[in-house]
Ligand binder design. Structure first.
Ligand code: G3P
Length: 196
């Protein structure tokens, strides 16, 4: 299972990367805002530190605007994965950008059928938010399990990127179920799950 780090904290990324713990990075507009830095500048710096995929999220809501924004983000570096929300416009954007040859991370997935749509739209990664399902008294890891079954049934190559990881059990469960990737905040973060 691959480890992505969910942060825009360049120092934390560099430290974990030196340990060989970073297979990729996920960012979002809140994390970029927290870094206090320009999105293009900080994302470029992260892409220079890690060799794996670095997710950079669009903020536009309409497909045409998302596509333009996604193409601009993808110009930052070859290891950019454009992150789009799992909305109808996000799926349209995924189809176009994956057709262009860019990696696309479809985020905010809360159901197996949504994951199926994302795979059919050519997503490189699907990001189910397991902690947020737990928050509403559902079992987020059940969703990971359902998506694993569906993707394996039909040989979809979209990677399951378990997000909204909140605790060590989530990590263990994701590894046992066969999630391809988990993304979690760095250990220095107050929001960090206890990984071990
Ligand atoms: O990767 C998703 C993450 O940034 C959101 O996590 O804990 O706010 O649900 P959380």
């Amino acid at each position: 299972m691959k480890f992505f780090v969910d942060t825009a904290d360049v120092a934390a990324i560099a430290e974990l990367n030196d340990l060989g713990m970073v297979d990729g990075v996920t960012t979002n507009p809140s994390l970029i805002l927290k870094s206090g830095r320009d999105i293009l500048e900080v994302t470029k710096e992260i892409c220079g530190i890690v060799s794996g995929p670095v997710s950079a999220e669009v903020v536009a809501l309409k497909a045409d605007d998302m596509i333009a924004e996604g193409r601009k983000l993808a110009e930052i570096a070859p290891n950019i994965a454009v992150k789009v929300p799992l909305t109808w416009d996000g799926l349209k954007t995924c189809k176009v950008l994956s057709g262009d040859g860019f990696m696309v991370n479809v985020t905010l997935c809360f159901s197996a059928n949504q994951a199926l749509l994302a795979a059919k739209a050519g997503a490189t990664f699907i990001s189910p938010f397991i902690g947020r399902l737990d928050d509403i008294n559902l079992d987020g890891t059940d969703l990971i399990s359902d998506i694993r079954t569906i993707y394996d049934n039909f040989n979809f190559t979209t990677e399951i990127l378990a997000a909204s990881i909140r605790n060590a059990n989530h990590v263990t469960q994701c590894a046992m179920i066969g999630a391809d990737v988990i993304t979690a905040p760095p250990p220095s973060s107050k929001a960090s799950p206890r990984m071990c």
